[in-house]
Design a protein. Structure first.
Length: 319
């Protein structure tokens, strides 16, 4: 376990070093625009899997948390010109509170009822923001970026590196949950919630904790988006595509292990970025739907499940 932990942190350090090196040696800005989106979806997919994968509660409210992160940043910029670090920290706090409130109100529901409640949350928050003129309302709002700080020469490069830091944070938290008593408890309630409760697993507290952590990470991922686009409007900030993509990426990668959502997010978001440049951004939704159907029917445990199955078959062949 200690050796695996050391390997993970060495890998995380190398990943951040590579991201920082990219910002110093690549002059073209497009890799950072595309890379930011890929990293953003890794955070969202990993955050979704904490509640949707480990606990088995399918959350369609990712766009509500993401959009709230965007508008928390917009509000702080307009009120006080808050720096990016404060925007992200505040968005994470708002997301945690939202997760806690959502958990208290809905986690006693199960199955489709919980999922419907998360969709309702998105509609309620989007409608409220659409009618809030201080942050632009339905027309949206322009955001002016501040001066970039060293060692970055461009603001998008800095946002790319910040999102890389959020990826490491999200993956580290997800990995810790999976390997701790929290993950074992969530797995128990996913398998059979009533049986888990009867054996003393604090199911409601664990679900609340998963909801809080998941919400905080989703909101934190959304906070830099306002500066990334230099614009925010409710239709794009609360776009249902965020909910569908986070769910699809997690399921395609596999929710049995923390690496699943990472693999799924890299595969799908990188392919989507490629299609956007070469064909059309409209093809992205079609790709998402086709891949989700294929994996749900042909490989319900995702890419991680296929890899594990291949290893089992190989070991059985040796035996």
């Amino acid at each position: 376990m200690k050796r695996n932990g050391a390997s993970f942190w060495i890998g995380a350090a190398l990943f951040l070093a590579a991201a920082l090196l990219m910002t110093q040696v690549i002059g073209n800005q497009y890799p950072f625009f595309a890379g930011y989106v890929i990293l953003q979806f890794i955070v969202l997919a990993v955050a979704w899997s904490i509640l949707g994968g480990y606990a088995g509660y399918v959350n369609f409210g990712t766009s509500a948390f993401f959009g709230m992160g965007v508008y928390t940043a917009v509000f702080l910029v307009k009120v006080a010109g808050a720096p990016l670090a404060v925007q992200i920290a505040a968005a994470a706090a708002v997301g945690a509170l939202m997760g806690f409130a959502l958990g208290l109100l809905t986690l006693r529901m199960q199955g489709i009822f919980f999922s419907i409640a998360t969709i309702a949350l998105t509609i309620i928050i989007e409608t409220s923001v659409t009618n809030w003129r201080y942050v632009g309302g339905a027309a949206g709002i322009q955001i002016q970026r501040p001066a970039v700080t060293e060692p970055f020469s461009n603001y998008v490069q800095m946002l790319f590196f910040v999102q890389a830091l959020l990826v490491v944070l999200a993956v580290a938290i997800s990995r810790y949950i999976q390997n701790s008593w929290i993950g074992r408890g969530l797995q128990a309630l996913k398998d059979d919630e009533l049986a888990a409760e009867c054996t003393g697993v604090p199911t409601l507290r664990l679900k609340l904790l998963a909801c809080v952590i998941s919400g905080a990470l989703m909101c934190a991922a959304g906070a830099p988006a306002a500066m990334y686009l230099q614009y925010a409007d409710p239709a794009s900030a609360f776009n249902l595509n965020y909910s569908v993509s986070a769910l699809a990426m997690s399921l395609i990668g596999g929710t049995a292990h923390w690496t699943g959502p990472v693999i799924g997010a890299i595969l799908l978001s990188a392919t989507q970025q490629l299609l956007t440049v070469t064909i059309s951004s409209e093809v992205n939704v079609l790709l998402l739907g086709v891949m989700l159907v294929l994996f749900v029917v042909g490989a319900p445990e995702g890419i991680i499940g296929l890899i594990q199955k291949a290893f089992r078959n190989r070991n059985e062949g040796k035996g």
